[in-house]
Design a protein around this ligand. Structure first.
Ligand code: GLN
Length: 309
């Protein structure tokens, strides 16, 4: 059984919105602090090109950590899997996304997975292209293709706001550079990474990208295989094991779908073979996931038996 009507979805949104009361908007990136903590929107995109939605779905949000899945997919298409995983691992950390702790005890200094900031910085470092601009453009065109909107771009305001306040990410990058995991200039890498995180789109476009992952890299509407099934499978596996930070285990039990969240309050879900989900609810819980977004996914998973387990 699938959710086929906006009215049904609106009821779930009403119930889930209550959970936002216990959440807080991210403030460490000053531009994100302006978000309305009570807003909640969702879109579900089906492989036949139809979608259902509720809330302010025209509103654009920045991808933040959700972009880590997109950059990983592109890097895995451009480089050998062996090369990528010689620099970043495949294991969950159980630590918050920006934690530096385990890096120091790892020998060699290899971030545990591509969904934590240290690992994502390595993946961004591996993006191919000419300079920051060329690598950004390559990531943008890949994103635009999946979102089916050639206008998708990054928010200059959010990128700059994060660039000016990225002290911890700079620390991670310098650590990685010291240990020769990355070679490039740290300022350049932070410039590219903050632009990547500031790529913005609405819930519908986010759901569409989730749908491409759900369909193993195939865009069923255009008929184009956007990424090899193996790349989509690797990304979805990371979404299950590390996509919701150090709350991924609980999320797998309560919801049971590959999903990735970001500090802007976005969540991208990919229900294998069924649909893509895009959610925006900026008030975050103590683990940094959208409080209302998680509640909404729990309600939907129960009502429509979404769990893959
Ligand atoms: N841009 C954010 C950062 O690096 C992304 C983190 C997140 O969404 N959890 O801090």
């Amino acid at each position: 059984m699938l959710c086929r009507s906006n009215e049904e979805l609106i009821e779930f949104v009403k119930e889930a919105r209550e959970a936002a009361k216990h959440g807080k908007v991210a403030e460490y990136i000053p531009a994100l602090a302006k978000a309305d903590p009570h807003s909640l929107s969702i879109a579900i995109f089906y492989p036949d090109g139809t979608c259902v939605s509720a809330g302010d779905i025209e509103k654009k949000i920045t991808l933040q950590s959700i972009s880590k899945v997109v950059s990983l997919a592109l890097v895995l298409m451009d480089r050998e899997e062996k090369e990528v995983f010689s620099r970043v691992g495949m294991e969950p950390t159980g630590d918050p996304f920006h934690s530096i702790a385990k890096l120091e005890t790892m020998s060699p200094a290899k971030p545990l997975n591509p969904m934590i900031n240290a690992g994502a910085l390595v993946v961004t470092h591996l993006l191919k292209g000419n300079g920051v601009e060329g690598r950004l453009q390559s990531l943008l065109s890949f994103t635009r293709e999946m979102a089916d909107n050639s206008q998708v771009d990054f928010s200059e305001e959010v990128a700059l706001s994060e660039y000016q306040s990225s002290f911890l990410n700079r620390a991670l990058a310098y650590f990685l550079k010291q240990h020769r995991v990355i070679q490039e200039d740290v300022e350049e890498l932070i410039d590219l990474y903050t632009k990547q995180c500031a790529i913005e789109m609405n819930c519908l476009e986010l759901a569409r990208i989730g749908m491409v992952f759900a369909m193993n890299g195939l865009d069923p509407v255009s008929g184009k295989q956007i990424m090899p099934p193996k790349v989509a499978r690797i990304c979805k596996t990371f979404m299950v094991t590390c996509g919701m930070y150090n709350a991924s285990g609980e999320f797998a039990i309560k919801v049971g779908i590959p999903a990735k969240s970001g500090v802007s309050g976005g969540i991208m879900g990919a229900v294998p073979g069924v649909c893509g989900i895009g959610i925006f609810g900026p008030a975050l819980n103590e683990k940094g996931n959208s409080a209302a977004g998680i509640k909404l996914l729990e309600l939907l998973a129960k009502a429509y038996r979404l769990s893959m387990f």
